[in-house]
Ligand binder design. Structure first.
Ligand code: NAP
Ligand code: ZN
Length: 350
């Protein structure tokens, strides 16, 4: 038996999202069923809904991987959660759990391919997975996170992607005191990168194309703001930075950011522009700079990040929308007009 569930979906790359009805599986013994309260809106939702990443989108596509909800049912062998708990689901809902990456808590790199929250093959239904722009979701307990009671459910939802995607590389490259760190782009990911880099004790600079975001950037944790459209803005920063996290969603010149790194500095890409970006070899080989990338974060580290946020009072700066405002929210994000994450109040699905 399946559970009928209201949702919003893209029916093709070219159409706005609209109502859709899907079915969730009945909870199996290790499953948790959540009524979704809030779902954040990630730029990956737009890339996927519009099939911008190499033709891989399966339609109808129900995006959403920043999910906070209330547990309404648990399977017979679920120990971690009970009815009434507030819990969260991020970008993954399963993996093989046996490969070296899963054993290391890095399920996002699962050898058999992790089951992502949307647009992955769904072994339970034979179709594809549907994400959080929906009334409810059923997920194996191992991929459900505890939301600490201190965290506000709505403004914590974007921690499940924007939060972990920026927390994880800052931890991996041990960003902290005495280091000069750059964040490129102030959107959903960028605003969390500012908060985390600041909380870890680094000296933080925002690189932005939007002069109007300077004051907010300082409130969010930047010590300095560089408006990259100004002449010589990046040349003036040459050889100064230990680490840069680049969150930009569209084509841009990464050679300019390689140029501001010190010897052995790291430029870590987390943004995923649809087209390849050229790299000039001299920008890497001269002072031995490194170009790197990072994909979300594993389940143990996601829980660690949520606990860190609870301890340090960190949540996201959000603008709440109704589900019928989703297409307008996408257009605003494409104009870099988001402060700094849209979150859908799922009660608006009706
Ligand atoms: P977002 O909220 O739309 O923010 C992106 C920001 O990039 C914009 O606010 C803008 O900041 C800057 N930007 C946009 N277009 C630009 C351009 N043409 N040139 C220079 N800067 C530009 O997006 P998001 O949700 O943070 O996601 C950002 C990217 O990360 C997306 O590509 C998304 O798919 C990807 N992502 C990756 C992972 C991962 O695991 N690696 C996880 C989640 C998301 P300013 O106004 O400050 O310039
Ligand atoms: Zn995301």
């Amino acid at each position: 038996m399946m559970i009928p569930t209201k949702a919003y979906a893209a029916y093709s790359a070219k159409e706005p999202l609209k109502s859709f009805s899907l079915e969730r599986r009945n909870p199996q013994p290790t499953d948790v069923q959540l009524e979704i309260l809030f779902c954040g809106v990630c730029h990956s939702d737009i890339h996927t809904a519009r099939n911008e990443w190499g033709g891989g989108t399966q339609y109808p596509c129900v995006p959403g991987h920043e999910i906070v909800g209330r547990v309404t049912k648990v399977g017979a062998s679920v120990k971690k959660f009970k009815e009434g708990d507030i819990a969260a689901v991020g970008c993954m809902v399963d993996s093989d759990r046996t490969c070296e990456h899963c054993k290391a808590g890095l399920e996002q790199f699962c050898e058999s391919a992790a089951t992502f929250t949307y647009n992955s093959n769904d072994p339970h239904t034979g179709g594809h997975t549907y994400g959080g722009y929906s009334q409810r979701i059923v997920v194996d307990q191992d991929f459900v996170l505890r939301l600490p009671g201190k965290l506000d459910p709505a403004s914590s939802a974007p921690l499940l992607c924007a939060g972990i995607t920026t927390y994880s590389p800052l931890r991996k490259w041990k960003v902290g005191k005495g280091q000069k760190v750059g964040v490129v782009g102030l959107g959903g990911l960028g605003h969390m990168a500012l908060k985390f880099a600041n909380a870890f004790g680094a000296e933080v600079t925002l690189f932005t194309t939007s002069p109007g975001k300077s004051e907010d950037a300082k409130r969010l944790g930047a010590h300095e703001v560089v408006v990259t459209k100004e002449e010589k803005a990046l040349e003036n920063q040459a050889n100064r930075f230990d680490f840069i996290i680049d969150t930009v969603s569209a084509k841009h010149n990464i050679n300019a950011y390689l140029g501001v790194l010190k010897r052995d500095g790291v430029l870590c890409l987390v943004g995923v522009p649809p087209e390849p970006i050229p790299v000039a070899a001299f920008n890497l080989i001269m002072p031995r700079r490194q170009l790197a990338g990072s994909l979300i974060g594993g389940i143990p580290e996601t829980q660690e990040m949520l606990d860190f946020c609870a301890e340090h009072g960190i949540t996201c700066d959000i603008e709440m929308i109704r589900i019928d405002q989703i297409n307008e929210a996408y257009e605003r994000m494409l104009k870099s007009d988001v402060k700094y994450r849209f979150v859908i109040d799922m009660a608006s699905l009706g």
